[in-house]
Design a protein around this ligand. Structure first.
Ligand code: IPM
Ligand code: MG
Length: 353
């Protein structure tokens, strides 16, 4: 296969983990006889500084050229506490999602046995937890009508039947390949938009008799996720609820630095870590590259290159088993590996496999 990849390193630790992701991708392509072309694009604060736009047209065109986007992270503290900033790095991410029509965000929450002790939850609760959150990504409050002056402001949480239906179908396709249990998360006791979600979900559910569908209010789901994370198999929810629940879900595993995600929809799909740009760690070679490397595994799997993805997962597990770990997950007294060293170890493992 010939793969065209747009690489968007972004801000903070983005460029460091991006490099490791690209090196792993190249190693896997060499191993399996695929050719790969990379083109780089600027985004986020980096692109604001350079051209005044967090998702410039040229970067958009690079994404359209590509079969897939390998994205890292955007964000810079100089924008965070300034509500008057006219343009922010995060707008670049939102523009990318909207312009590429990436309505389905797939965020798996997995646990790694050797890292269970890092979880804020007790091991007996979290062991074996394995679920996927399917977050709607191009609708709801993020993109609905907005108004803002000094006395009054609002965001509109609008959804159409078609938007709800297409994300539900993605969720069912995952549920059918897994444990056949879908939880639809909403706030139908209060919100009109949620009532439409539930109405559409109840209709669609009849088309998937092999899947057990249940419905849960978002406040209850937030609680259940920490009380009994193993309850969940696939959950599907709207944009804002999904944003909140996936941060909650991501720490269950013990490190945010381990979880990848995929955003798919109408145009080029995007693969990226769940974590942000961690500006304080920029240039220190301490950020965990595993979420980025696992997002490369998801990228291969998206193109049905299953063995390629499996080899990356195997290499990642081996690095954890061998204690080749970045500082935040290293065992007491163990050697601390840098971003680059973990990446290089994984590349070597792949070459030798
Ligand atoms: C995420 C992030 C983004 C979001 C931010 C950076 C705009 O939190 O991908 O979850 O809110 O969607
Ligand atoms: Mg978020």
């Amino acid at each position: 296969m010939n793969l065209k990849i747009a690489v968007l390193p972004g801000d903070g630790i983005g460029p460091e983990i991006s490099r490791q992701g690209v090196d792993v991708m190249t190693a896997v392509c060499e191993k399996f006889g695929h050719s790969v072309d990379y083109r780089y694009g600027i985004c986020g604060a980096d692109a604001i500084d350079k051209v005044g736009d967090p998702f410039p047209q040229e970067t958009y065109e690079t994404c359209l050229w590509a079969d897939a986007v390998l994205f890292s992270a955007v964000g810079d503290p100089k924008f965070d506490n300034n509500p008057n900033a006219k343009v922010r790095p995060e707008q670049g991410l939102l523009a990318m999602r909207k312009k590429l029509g990436l309505f389905a965000n797939i965020r798996p929450v997995e646990t790694f046995d050797c890292l269970i002790h890092k979880s804020p939850l007790r091991a007996e609760l979290v062991e074996g937890a394995d679920f996927i959150c399917i977050r709607e990504l191009t609708g709801g409050m993020y993109f609905g009508e907005k108004y803002e002056d000094n006395e009054r402001a609002y965001d509109t949480n609008a959804y159409t039947r078609a938007e709800i239906e297409r994300i539900l179908r993605v969720a069912y396709s995952y549920a059918l390949r897994r444990r056949k249990h879908l939880t639809v998360v909403d706030k139908a006791n209060v919100l009109a938009s949620s009532r439409l979600w539930r109405k559409v979900a109840q209709e669609i559910a009849t088309e998937y008799p092999d899947v057990t569908t249940d419905y849960m209010y978002v406040d209850n789901a937030a609680m259940r996720m920490i009380q009994e994370p193993r309850f969940f198999d696939v959950m599907v929810t709207e944009n804002t609820f999904g944003d909140i629940l996936t941060d909650e879900g991501s720490v269950i595993s013990g490190s945010m630095g381990l979880l990848p995600s995929a955003s798919t929809g109408e145009k080029t799909p995007v693969f990226e870590p769940i974590h942000g740009s961690w500006p304080q760690a920029k240039g220190l070679n301490i950020a965990n590259p595993l979420a980025q490397i696992l997002s490369v595994a998801m990228l291969f799997e998206y193109f049905d290159l299953i063995e390629e993805g499996a080899l990356i997962r195997k290499a990642v597990n081996a690095s954890l088993d061998e204690n080749v770990r970045t500082p935040e997950i290293q065992v007491e007294g163990g050697a601390k590996y840098g971003t680059k060293e973990v990446g290089e170890w994984i590349v070597e493992y792949i070459k030798k496999a």
